[in-house]
Design a protein around this ligand. Structure first.
Ligand code: NAD
Ligand code: UDP
Length: 322
C-alpha cells in the first residue's frame, strides 16, 4: 500500500484520481481548499478507512504527518471563467503551491506528478501539438495567469528533478470531460449540457470553427496512473486526438439531449486557441496508452450523470461569460 497525497482532490479530476488510488488499495489524503472544488465529489469516500480529507490551501506551507510515496499536484482553477475570476490564486497555486509540494516530496522522498496542460502550447502554431513544441503564449493576455503558472510549474518541477534528484512526472492534459464537472464552470461541455437541461439556447463563442479534442475522464486517469508508475521525467501529452469544431460539438449535444433550443453566437474571448489536438505518439510508445472511450460513449455517460442530478443543481450560481 502506497501513501498518496492528491492536491485538488475535491475537484473534477482529483476526485476521480482519489477513486482510482483507493481502488488500487492505496491510502489517499485528498487536500483541497474548495475554491472551485466540491465535497460532494468525494463524500462517498469519507467513511473509507484508507481515505482522509485535509481542508488546506496548498499555496501555504503543507504539513502531512507520516510517510508519503506519491504526490499528485492537481490543485488549480482549471476553467477560463474560474481563473479569470481568481487570477492571483491561480498564479500562486502554480508557483508557491508546486514549490510546497516539491519541498514536501524532497523531505518525504516521494515521487511527484504535476497536472500540466495543453495551455502551455497557448494558441498553437504547430498542429497537432507534440511535446517538443515550445508554445505560443501571450504572458500578459487574460489566459496568461493560467498558462504561465503552468509553464513555471513545469520549470520548477524540472529544476527539482535536475538539482535535487526528486522523482518527477509531468502530464500535459488536453480537454477532459466526464461526470463531476461543475455545471456552471463555464467549460464548453457543462455549459452546453446545462443549457440544454435548463431549456436555454446553446452559446457558441466566435463562429464555432475553433477546434478542441475531448478525452473521457476514465481514459485520462489511466494515462496518469501509467505515467506516474513509469520512469519518464519529461512531459507527456495525454488526450484524445479525435478533433472536432465547437460548432459540430454543439450539434452533437443538441442531438444527444434532444433539446429544441437553437445555437446563439457570442464574441470569442481574447486569445481563445483556434485549434488543439494532442500528438500522443509518446504516450503510446512510453506508456502503451491510448484512449479507449469514443466521444459518443463518453458523452452518453456524462449526460446521464448531469440529467440525474437534483434539479436545483442546474441553477446553482451561474458563471456564464456573456
Ligand atoms: P477543478 O476546478 O474541478 O479542480 C481543481 C481543484 O483544485 C478544486 O477542487 C479546487 O478547489 C482545488 N484548488 C484550487 N486551488 C487550490 C489551492 N490553492 N489549495 C488547495 N486546493 C486548491 O478542475 P479540474 O478540471 O479537476 O482540474 C484539475 C487539474 O488538472 C488542474 O491543475 C488543471 O489545471 C488540470 N487540467 C485539467 C484539464 C481538464 O480538461 N479538466 C485540462 C488540463 C489541465
Ligand atoms: N465555448 C463556447 N461556448 C461556451 C463555452 C465555451 O463556444 O459556452 C468555446 C470556447 O470559446 C473555446 C471552446 O469552447 O473555444 C472550449 O472552451 P473551454 O472553456 O471548455 O476550454 P479551453 O478554451 O480552455 O480549451
Amino acid at each position: 500500500m502506497k501513501r498518496v497525497l492528491i492536491t485538488g482532490g475535491a475537484g473534477f479530476l482529483g476526485s476521480h484520481l482519489c477513486d482510482r488510488f483507493i481502488k488500487e488499495g492505496h491510502y489517499v489524503i485528498a487536500m483541497d481548499n474548495l475554491i472551485t472544488g466540491d465535497l460532494r465529489n468525494i463524500e462517498h469516500l469519507f467513511k473509507h478507512p484508507n481515505f482522509e480529507f485535509y481542508h488546506h490551501d496548498v499555496s501555504k506551507f503543507i504539513h502531512v504527518p507520516g510517510e508519503l510515496d506519491y504526490i499528485l499536484h492537481f490543485a488549480s482553477p482549471a476553467s477560463p471563467i474560474d481563473y479569470l475570476k481568481i487570477p492571483i490564486q491561480t498564479l500562486k497555486v502554480g508557483s508557491l503551491g508546486i514549490h510546497n509540494c516539491l519541498g514536501l516530496a524532497r523531505v518525504k522522498k516521494a515521487r511527484v506528478i504535476i497536472a500540466s496542460t495543453s495551455e502551455v502550447y497557448g494558441d498553437p502554431l504547430v498542429h497537432p501539438q507534440t511535446e517538443e513544441y515550445w508554445g505560443h503564449v501571450n504572458p500578459v493576455g487574460p489566459r496568461g495567469v493560467y498558462d504561465e503558472a503552468k509553464r513555471f510549474q513545469e520549470a520548477m518541477t524540472m529544476a527539482y528533478h535536475t538539482y535535487h534528484g526528486v522523482e518527477t512526472r509531468i502530464v500535459r492534459i488536453f480537454n477532459t470531460y466526464g461526470p463531476r464537472m461543475r455545471l456552471n464552470d463555464g467549460r464548453v461541455l457543462p455549459a452546453f449540457i446545462g443549457q440544454a437541461l435548463r431549456g436555454e439556447d446553446l452559446t457558441i463563442f466566435g463562429d464555432g470553427s475553433q477546434t478542441r479534442s475531448f478525452c473521457f475522464v476514465a481514459d485520462l486517469v489511466e494515462g496518469i496512473y501509467r505515467l506516474l508508475l513509469s520512469d519518464y521525467a519529461y512531459p507527456v501529452n495525454i488526450g484524445n486526438p479525435a478533433e472536432i469544431t465547437i460548432k459540430q460539438f454543439a450539434e452533437e449535444i443538441i442531438k444527444l439531449t434532444g433539446t429544441d433550443q437553437k445555437i446563439v453566437y457570442k464574441p470569442l474571448p481574447k486569445d481563445d486557441p483556434k485549434q488543439r489536438q494532442p500528438d500522443i505518439t509518446k504516450a503510446k510508445e512510453i506508456l502503451g496508452w491510448e484512449p479507449k472511450v469514443t466521444r459518443a460513449e463518453g458523452l452518453a455517460i456524462t449526460y446521464d450523470y448531469f440529467r440525474n442530478l437534483p434539479k436545483e443543481r442546474l441553477y446553482e450560481e451561474s458563471n456564464h461569460r456573456d
